[in-house]
Design a protein around this ligand. Structure first.
Ligand SMILES: [Zn+2]
Length: 292
């Protein structure tokens, strides 16, 4: 029993010690807008807040203050929402974007640091959610996780149209969805397959898509990702994600350790390599130093 408490306290203290300093900013800085660093190691100057009362969307869990972004991201969400409102007759639900000055969240995903990532839920709000529902929202998964197949009860063809709309936006570099969802999108598209290249399979994206914008023009300190591999990524590539054993489906959520799992486009081999230690860009460490 004593031992369990000791472990608990150690975990508790290490969590408090390493809770992200970025969570303590309650406002954006007043610098001109610039995304600094890479999606998973950077920060954001001159962030804009997504208005909490906008047209065609609603903001989830605004109490977490993750509704900030680069002005390009705010403009993208407003563009997509107003299209979704008129063409899909719904409101889209906006999950995590970035903190007021970007940087690392103390919990959850490691990206979203430069104000260019936004999670958009697959649950569509045909009727607007109440503020209580927004602060404690219930997700809607599009994947039957234990069977590794699409949840046909929750699938709506508007999901296809929404992901396609987002992918066809010029500012969008990538969209992450669960491999089962990517496979469904592949099967529904006909000849116009270019946009599918931007839709990348990744674990954990069964109830939301993660939209990633490219670096804004002129942001010299913003680090883009390499473009996705050529082609639509359908067929062999998406099939390679299917776990060999059914029990892996339930448990596998991606690596939490300091390793990177890369799936090759054509085979099922998984390469595991250590990540080099990351150093935060100077402009970001300055933000933290000035706040002390
Ligand atoms: Zn995300």
């Amino acid at each position: 029993m004593k031992m369990t408490w000791a472990i608990f306290l150690t975990l508790f203290w290490s969590f408090s010690l390493f809770a992200s300093p970025w969570e303590s900013f309650s406002q954006p800085n007043r610098l001109s807008p610039e995304a600094i660093g890479s999606y998973a190691n950077g920060c954001l100057l001159g962030a804009k807040a997504l208005p909490l009362n906008g047209h065609g969307y609603q903001v989830l869990r605004s109490q977490n203050k993750r509704y900030y972004g680069h002005p390009n991201t705010i403009a993208f969400i407003e563009r997509l929402s107003s299209k979704a409102r008129s063409e899909l007759r719904t409101h889209i639900l906006i999950g995590d974007m970035s903190l007021p000055q970007g940087g690392r969240f103390s919990s959850g995903h490691t990206s979203h640091q430069t104000g260019l990532d936004a999670d958009i839920w697959f649950r569509l709000a045909d009727t607007k959610l109440s503020s209580a529902q927004l602060s404690l929202p219930k997700p809607k998964t599009l994947v039957d996780m234990s069977a590794y197949k699409l949840s046909s009860a929750n699938w709506d063809n508007r999901h296809f149209r929404l992901v396609k709309m987002a992918a066809q936006d010029n500012e969008v570099a990538r969209i992450f969805v669960h491999p089962v969802i990517k496979d469904k999108l592949c099967s529904l598209e006909g000849a116009n397959r270019d946009w599918l290249r931007k839709v990348r399979p990744w674990w954990g994206h069964n109830y939301h898509m993660h939209v990633r914008l490219r670096c804004p023009q002129g942001d010299a300190n913003c680090v883009d990702q390499k473009p996705p591999p050529k082609g639509d990524g359908c067929g062999a590539e998406v099939a390679s994600w299917k776990p060999a054993k059914a029990h892996n489906v339930k448990t596998y959520r991606g690596s939490k350790t300091n390793t990177k799992v890369e799936k090759s486009a054509t085979s099922t081999t998984v390469k595991v390599k250590s990540k080099p230690k990351k150093f935060l860009p100077r402009q970001c460490t300055q933000l933290i130093d000035h706040s002390k």
